[in-house]
Design a binder for this molecule. Structure first.
Ligand code: DQA
Length: 155
């Protein structure tokens, strides 16, 4: 009897959803309007709704700021508690030692994402201060980069 109870517990573990946050950096509040040939026509708010519908097993949150210190503050706030951070630091990717240090400082794994393939673009976009502290990097798949990052946490 005891053996079969163990079997049931192992086979059907208690369901707890993953707490994931998407943190977007400067100018990503303009998605849909900003350089649509590079970033597409969809607003992030609309895309985020699609992600919530697609991944009901995850508790998804979204935060955007144009301010470096606010992004660092958010990473510190969630970074010892949440299951994953999906970070598109946008232009700060290529300049911010502070955000790079915050990514290294926290215990929550961070997946770096970019909508565009930054390596195909200007040389200053080839450098990332985020990558050395990131669990992984997903770039160049359009908005789908976020979808793939969520899957990386769920799989
Ligand atoms: C970006 C790429 C960055 O170089 C740029 O500054 C952005 C967006 C991307 O998602 O493709 O703002 O992070």
């Amino acid at each position: 009897m005891i053996t079969s109870a163990f079997f049931v517990l192992e086979k059907y573990p208690t369901f707890t959803s993953m707490k994931l946050i998407i943190i977007n950096g400067p100018n990503l509040n303009l998605l849909g309007k900003r350089e649509p040939e590079v970033y597409g026509n969809t607003t992030f708010e609309d895309y985020f709704k699609q992600l919530q519908e697609k991944f009901p097993q995850a508790e998804l949150e979204y935060y955007q700021s144009n301010i470096e210190g606010e992004i660092i503050g958010k990473i510190q706030e969630v970074g010892f508690d949440y299951d994953g951070i999906i970070l598109n630091a946008a232009a700060y990717t290529h300049t911010s030692v502070g955000i790079g240090d915050a990514v290294k400082a926290v215990t929550t794994p961070v997946v770096e994402v970019h909508i565009s393939n930054t390596h195909k673009r200007e040389e200053y976009r080839h450098v990332s201060y985020i990558s050395p502290g990131a669990k992984g990097v997903i770039l160049g798949f359009g908005l789908q980069s976020y979808d793939l990052a969520i899957r990386s946490f769920l799989s």
